[in-house]
Ligand binder design. Structure first.
Ligand SMILES: [Zn+2]
Ligand SMILES: [Zn+2]
Length: 82
């Protein structure tokens, strides 16, 4: 969330707060979560794909995966099982 002080034409000022990037999930719903899959090539270190509450896969508390990485996670689990 970014808050900006905006000078109104009449001379007053107002604080306007906007969500810096209004992200949407791939399904079109408002995304409230971000993918936590590790992507070393990204600056943030994680995928950060916007995901809504109904599209997330949560492998652990406070962790969310986008549909693509949920599939990758399933594969990873399979591999570990050997
Ligand atoms: Zn969704
Ligand atoms: Zn992802």
């Amino acid at each position: 969330m970014t808050c900006e002080r905006v000078i109104l034409p009449g001379g007053g000022a107002a604080i306007v707060c906007t969500t810096s990037k209004r992200k949407r999930c791939a399904c079109g719903k408002r995304a409230t979560l971000e993918c936590d899959w590790k992507v070393p090539s990204r600056r943030s270190g994680t995928c950060d794909a916007p995901i809504c509450a109904s599209c997330t896969t949560s492998p652990a508390p406070e962790k969310d995966l986008c549909p693509a990485h949920a599939a990758a996670y399933e594969q990873w689990k399979e591999q570990r099982r050997g």
